[in-house]
Design a protein around this ligand. Sequence first.
Ligand code: BGC
Length: 283
Amino acid sequence: MAAPQTSDFNTDLPDYDRMPKLLSGQTALVTGGNSGIGEAVAIAMAKAGADVVVNYVAGTADHVVAAIEREGRKALAVKADVSQEDQVVAMVAKAIETFGTLDIMVANAGLQRDAALTEMTKAQWDTVIGVNLTGQFLCAREAAKEFKRRGVRREVSVAAGKIICMSSVHEVIPWAGHVNYASSKGGIQMMMKSLAQELAPHRIRANAIGPGAVRTPINTSAWNTPQAYASLMTLVPYRRIGEPQDIANVAVFLASDMADYINGITIFVDGGMTCYPGFATGG
Ligand code: BGC
């Protein structure tokens, strides 16, 4: 029997509105929450019952705030560059001042500045490490301070706080032409594991999500033509691109008590990209 073609599949996803209210009474902060994966995560947190602080650095977050309010939840947009310590400190303080406390930190904001190694400027290196790695460190640190101070609120969760780092398949898959990005994601893995180890006695969980190729503005050129999409599919055994909602579903799960015994791991959400698809026929 011939293998099914990509076109034989649609990208129907589960009915999102049937998601149980796993996060009722909690407050989540999502960095980079006004587009791509962050936007989907912010709205999913609201659908699951959380109030949401939507961080953004460029453009506006009004559309995400409106979507959250349509779910009957409260939303607060906060503009801040996560690579800047004072801005992260002020953002988390504002979140706590507005909602009383914080339960979930989704350190999602990230960017790419691609270049061949010999062309890569220090500015390109610094920007990516600054936002993707230092930014997640600062967000995790500020959230952990509040989680430790407050402790467990049993009425909403058996954990004192949940940190979710947005990593990538490139925390394990090397990526030529993207050494800054892959280094930042490799760094996130070890940062997340180290802080999971350190914070666990306080009943604070830290985990990461490793998305594969997801249909967002960060990688438009990888999916926006039939040729690019077909080429991308050679890297994805499941033969469809990821949608932001695929990542958001896992973020809600990881933030919920359903995942209470999951600590210090990366869940890859990648359609099998980390299964080394080249070896399906080679090797
Ligand atoms: C990158 C995307 C890329 C994907 C798979 C992500 O982390 O941001 O640009 O398409 O990994 O390679």
